[in-house]
Write a protein that binds this ligand. Structure first.
Ligand SMILES: [Cu+2]
Length: 181
């Protein structure tokens, strides 16, 4: 009996030891892993930001904005390089027709009264809700679900420009800023 007890005790202790040893090994491995990830994140951050800066300056003027059946743009802030050509693509990823859920993207001159502009756009159905005037720097055509359209323009001066969808009732949600630097 005593011998059996001893063996069991030894087995038990060994088991505990192994278990605890295994646990601590796992923990330290996990901690090492974690530490390595943190370290990697710390070291990679400055490297990637310096690596991204040149490519960001060349690619930021190629913009893709999505719009949908929920009356939304997928972005509300775009950053571009002033004085360089911008290629902007507007996609309508929804299914609804442009007569009911049409979208465009209108870039307005800095300082434009957006609310006033949108009000006058309501009466400009014949020109796809682009009213006469000099507030518009560039605008896409009006599109419906499944369509996409592109425009090219340049923001010659650094500044912050409003962009909106001028379809009646959409400006409240469908608006954002283009920051030209
Ligand atoms: Cu719209």
């Amino acid at each position: 009996m005593k011998k059996t007890f001893n063996i069991m005790t030894i087995a038990c202790i060994t088991g505990l030891f192994l278990a605890s040893c295994g646990n601590s090994a796992d923990n330290s491995a996990a901690q090492n892993d974690h530490a390595q990830h943190e370290h990697a994140a710390e070291t990679s951050e400055p490297t990637s930001s310096t690596a991204e800066s040149p490519s960001a300056s060349t690619s930021s003027n190629t913009l893709v904005v999505e719009s949908n059946d929920q009356m939304q743009f997928n972005v509300n802030e775009l950053k571009v390089k002033a004085g360089e050509p911008i290629h902007l693509t507007l996609k309508h990823v929804g299914k609804m027709a442009k007569e009911v859920m049409g979208h465009n993207l209108v870039v307005l001159k800095a300082g434009t009264d957006v609310t006033k502009f949108a009000e006058s756009a309501i009466n400009a159905k014949d020109t796809d809700y682009i009213p006469a005037g000099d507030e518009v720097i560039a605008h896409t055509k009006l599109i419906g679900g499944g369509e996409e359209t592109s425009i090219d323009f340049t923001l010659t001066e650094a500044g912050t420009y409003d962009f909106i969808c001028s379809f009646p009732g959409h400006v409240g949600i469908m608006k954002g800023k283009i920051i030209a630097e």
